[in-house]
Ligand binder design. Structure first.
Ligand code: DGJ
Length: 581
């Protein structure tokens, strides 16, 4: 008897040990995020993965038939990843009845085309509103209530104050994650999930339904107040400013702690540039907090709701999950003109406090202030992933080379992608340099520079040398700025002239890799020693499986007889410099 008992114990221990080991093994293999220096990388099958992506139009992937002619265009454009929407309405057309045939088909087709996938869960919200909720949800507005806006009006926007909506959304999302793990837990075609799309209240600065008003009149939850206290030194400056402007209280109602919200009687500004914004407002309004109590209040509510959906999904399949933000715009700078409460930099702390399970707060970057938005979205180590943006090559190089981006993804990619496109060219270049970029992301041995025609040369200290980059555009001869040229005059003069941009990597004490184009580059030394810097070796080439392959060994005319280094568009150069006197 005693022997049997001991044998069972041993078996149970062995079984659980195996289970833990099996889980550990697979857990490691799952796509996941890892810090490297000041950046965070997406690790797929043990290696950093740079997502050279594109997001399909909202409904492009709503059938396999519609996708059929598109897959090959994506691969011809040198994409390695595609963002595709999966809607709650299609996954759970009837309550409790789940359909995953489309999801399975998209995964198989992506594999057949050597593409990775990021699914976008269009659940409770899409661009603020709720057009992708299933009909059984839309119809039962008592069980799944909407928000109320000024004057008690309601719109098709589910309220965050409904546990029924939250739980139904989380249940469906959890079923989807369980299925994706079963269908793809070994192959890792699906790398990440976006949960909801550009959430927040539209047409008013906050939900004014009865439960919302009751909560707004109540105390700020202690979890949020504790978070603010604990992180008071690293809070977003906009949030800290508002909190301190109201006495940095440790507790109180939303308005006591964050100041007055928008009174119900006040109309929402239409903000379509009538009256025209001042230069200052145009350039600064888009990064200010207006009616802060309302926006912070809604950010907390959305973080709690979406955070639950994410946490539920991760219990099934723990891969990276992010939310995307509709950015405040110069002429849409007031909460309600953009989704109030969405994951914008001024409320990132609120989202971090309310939804710790969310890995990335991501910008839909359609604004001209590319670098500034990247700066604001990489505060406090927030990883950078850009799910929606334009196809500007200089932005691609800047995102990966300067901001340590995980991925870059133009929107409605199927409309613009082709083998001849500028995007395809820069994606080819980045995919070649990917192992090197991944090795240097988050370190001060790599950066990226962009210049527009007419911009003054830029000096960058990188490794043992300072590189001075002068704009040459598509040519070789530097195009110097005309003295006294006004920004507007320069803008017209340079229209159509591509920005010059390059990723610069200090790969060794005297060795550099330069990828991009449109520059003349001069080196000067940062350390003591012989004053003159010469071009020792200059090679134009490519990386094959991470190995450098010389295509042209350069001298003579191509380097100004040894005195001028030109980086022509979509080129990778390996340069070894030396010093003499
Ligand atoms: C941003 C949204 O996230 C997309 O789904 C799409 O609606 C675009 N705006 C349209 O510009």
């Amino acid at each position: 008897m005693k022997l049997n008992f001991l044998w069972c114990i041993a078996l149970a221990c062995y079984a659980s040990a195996m289970a833990v080991q099996a889980y550990a093994q697979t857990a490691v293999g799952f796509p996941h995020l890892e810090k490297q220096g000041s950046s965070t990388q997406l690790i797929v099958d043990g290696k950093p993965f740079l997502a050279l992506a594109g997001e399909l139009g909202n409904n492009t992937a709503s059938s396999l038939e519609n996708m059929q002619p598109i897959w090959s265009k994506l691969t011809a454009g040198n994409l390695n990843c595609v963002l595709a929407a999966v809607s709650w309405a299609q996954v759970e057309p009837e309550e409790g009845h789940f359909e995953f045939a489309l999801v399975d088909g998209l995964i198989q087709e992506a594999r057949r085309n050597s593409l990775k996938l990021v699914f976008l869960w269009f659940g409770s919200w899409k661009n603020g509103l709720s057009s992708y909720a299933p009909l059984w949800v839309k119809r039962d507005y008592k069980r799944f209530p909407r928000i109320k806006i000024k004057g008690g009006k309601t719109i098709e926007l589910l309220s965050t104050f409904s546990d029924a909506s939250r739980d139904a959304d989380a249940r469906a999302y959890r079923a989807l994650m369980r299925h994706i793990k079963e269908a793809d837990g070994q192959q890792h075609t699906v790398l990440m999930m976006q949960v909801e799309n550009e959430v927040g209240v539209l047409r008013d600065s906050r939900d004014r339904s009865e439960p919302a008003n009751k909560a707004f009149a109540g105390a700020v939850p202690s979890e949020l107040m504790d978070y603010l206290q604990k992180h008071k030194d690293t809070l977003a400056p906009e949030l800290r400013e508002v909190w301190s402007a109201n006495g940095s209280k440790a507790a109180g109602t939303w308005e006591e702690v964050f100041g007055p919200g928008k009174p119900d009687s006040v109309e929402m500004p239409i903000q379509t540039n009538s009256p025209p914004l001042s230069q200052e407002e145009y350039q600064t309004g888009w990064r200010k907090l207006h009616w802060p109590a309302d926006e912070i209040f809604m950010a907390w509510q959305y973080a709690r709701y979406v955070g639950k959906t994410v946490a539920e999904g991760k219990t099934e399949y723990n891969i990276p999950m992010f939310v995307n933000a509709w950015l405040q715009q110069p002429n849409m700078a007031w909460p309600g003109t953009y989704p109030s409460g969405g994951p914008l930099p001024q409320v990132h702390d609120v989202w971090r406090a309310g939804a710790p399970a969310i890995d990335i707060l991501a910008p839909d970057l359609y604004l001209e202030y590319f670098d500034e938005v990247c700066d604001r979205f990489t505060r406090n180590g927030n990883p950078l992933f850009i799910p929606e943006t334009g196809s500007t090559p200089a932005n691609v190089l800047t995102a990966f080379g300067k901001y340590g981006a995980i991925g870059y993804s133009p929107f409605a990619i199927e409309r613009s992608v082709s083998a001849e496109s500028d995007l395809a060219a820069v994606y080819r270049l980045v995919s070649q340099m990917a192992p090197m970029i991944a090795a240097h992301q988050g370190k001060d041995s790599m950066t990226a520079v962009r210049l527009n025609q007419g911009d003054a040369p830029k000096r960058v200290a990188l490794g043992n040398y300072t590189l001075e980059l002068t704009y040459t555009g598509r040519g070789r001869v530097p195009i110097a700025p005309e003295p006294g040229t006004t920004p507007q005059a320069r803008a017209t003069a340079t229209a159509g002239q591509p920005a010059a941009a390059a990723i610069l990597v200090a790969a060794g004490p005297d060795e550099y890799y330069l990828g991009g184009g449109g520059f003349r580059i001069a080196f000067s030394a940062n350390t003591t020693g012989p004053a003159t810097v010469g071009l020792g070796i200059v090679q134009e080439g490519k990386f094959v499986d991470g190995k450098w392959v010389v295509v042209r060994q350069l001298g003579g005319d191509d380097i100004g007889q040894g005195e001028i280094l030109s980086l022509r568009p979509n080129t990778i150069l390996r340069v070894v410099v030396y010093r003499y006197e």
